[in-house]
Write a protein that binds this ligand. Structure first.
Ligand code: GAR
Length: 209
């Protein structure tokens, strides 16, 4: 997967968020160094009034919001989101705490170039409650997974994973915070390698070039 399209230009990242945006912030901080090889050209969200959008604005990065409720159905929302993202001509789309599943139109347009970060060690605990489900199951190790988005729920080819211990006295919040600290480092490292080195996907195996 050659990234970016122009050899010496930084790769263009569009980041989608739904909340606090600490993963976005880690990318914004990393991309401040030209050697990282990427720039965040836009940040999109599915809702207004979130810290993630404020983080982008504080850096002068353009933002957009596409709410599901503003469209007659999910497919119309997906088409609108696709157009919004496409307008920024991304080399890579990063879902960083984006709490919606992208649909067929989005994947037709950007398939293979969309990554999502998930707060669990896939294939365990897919879905919206990764830290809570890991805690309830009683695992001793959990973590975070960066994967290339496919049509399933957290099922795509794995780019990177990071492991985190579960403490006896963890609640969902303390566990998720420990995961997020490791997750941000993993995200920055793996996205940097994707854009600088390129990558291939063969039989689910993601390899940097
Ligand atoms: C992150 O832990 C991310 O993995 C998770 O939301 C958090 C967002 O934190 N995403 C999901 O659970 C998606 N299923 P942030 O807004 O501070 O980056």
């Amino acid at each position: 997967m050659p990234i970016p399209a122009a050899p010496d230009a930084p790769a263009r990242l569009v980041v989608l968020v739904s909340g606090g945006g600490t993963n976005l912030q880690a990318l914004l901080d990393a991309t401040a160094d030209p050697a990282y090889g990427a720039e965040v050209v836009a940040v999109g969200a599915d809702r207004d009034g979130i810290a993630g959008l404020d983080r982008a604005t504080a850096r002068g990065v353009p933002t957009f919001v596409e709410r599901v409720g503003a469209h007659p159905d999910r497919a119309a929302w997906d088409a609108a989101l696709t157009a919004r993202v496409a307008a920024h001509e991304p080399d890579l789309v990063v879902l960083a705490g984006f709490m919606k599943l992208v649909g067929a139109a989005f994947l037709d347009r950007f398939g293979g170039r969309v990554v999502n970060t998930h707060p669990a060690l896939s294939p365990a605990f897919p879905g919206m409650r990764g830290p809570a489900d890991a805690l309830a199951y009683g695992v001793k190790i959990t973590g975070a997974t960066l994967f290339v988005v496919d049509a399933g729920v957290d099922t795509g080819p794995i780019v990177a994973q990071t492991a985190v211990p579960v403490a006896d006295d963890d609640d969902v919040e303390t566990l998720h915070e420990r995961i997020k600290t490791a997750e941000r480092a993993m995200l920055v490292e793996a996205v940097g390698r994707m854009v600088r080195d390129g990558y291939t996907i063969t039989d689910r195996k993601v390899r940097f070039s």
